[in-house]
Design a protein around this ligand. Sequence first.
Ligand code: ZN
Length: 294
Amino acid sequence: MKKLNAVTLALLLGAGIVGITPGAAQAAGRDGVCDAGEFCLYYNSDQEGSVSDFTGSIPDYGATQPSCYEFKGAGNGKGDCVKNDAASAWNRTSDPVAVYYNSDYGGARQGIAAGAKVNLNSDLKNENASHRFNDTSTGKENLSHGLYNLSGGTITCGFDGYVNTPGRHEGIDIARGIGSPVRALVAGTVINIVRGANGGDGLSTIAVYNATYDRTVIYLHSAPLSGLSEGDTVARDQQIGTEAWRGISSGSSAHTHVEVRVGRRELAAKSVNDPTLDNPNPTSFWNARGYNVR
Ligand SMILES: [Zn+2]
């Protein structure tokens, strides 16, 4: 779906049907130019040949046309699939990016620092299958980045991290700003949606159950996407909502509460004013999914 969307967008851009104005901190989209904020792969060494510019992580480039991610800029390799065909890279994002030998961020890995221009090493040259933004030195993505696939998110309250609030915090609060895209951190089936409303009495809930791990990840306070329905299957990184303040008294405190529950659970555990901690510490779960808890 993502790949088709990218292709569709590329077609629309090529036809001049939609225009995207690059802002100071906003990458310009996949237009064959390596803009600020993007991560770029090149067909040849030393940032030569055709370029493929990316605005986010790609777990699988696809291997065949017309659906693969391709080199788009002028020069050698233009139109070829990026998979197993890149020789160099330029990281124009503000975070480290890593290139992987396998799809889904597996196998040999080369970390590329923010701003760096590099040739892919011998393991990765023409053997690249995925790349991940904000891929830190631990080889994991920060949870506060993964929730949005964007920089700028921060954990504002950790698991069981209440300082002045009575009770036990059953999840992790992550904030980036109202309207930020909230994405599924783990794939699964949507088993409950409560849409709620901004304000203290309007708590919203999105519950995504993953049968493989027998865990439910519950997202509170965001605005569920209008097209999202119970029974939908969502992929990791798929947008499910936008950051809001549903169930929070003030917009200035908007955040997304992310909670991992054992088994299939439609609702979050009670945190405020509840002295009992119901959920296990989620750090090992998130680490196993490729995330740092930060
Ligand atoms: Zn919370």
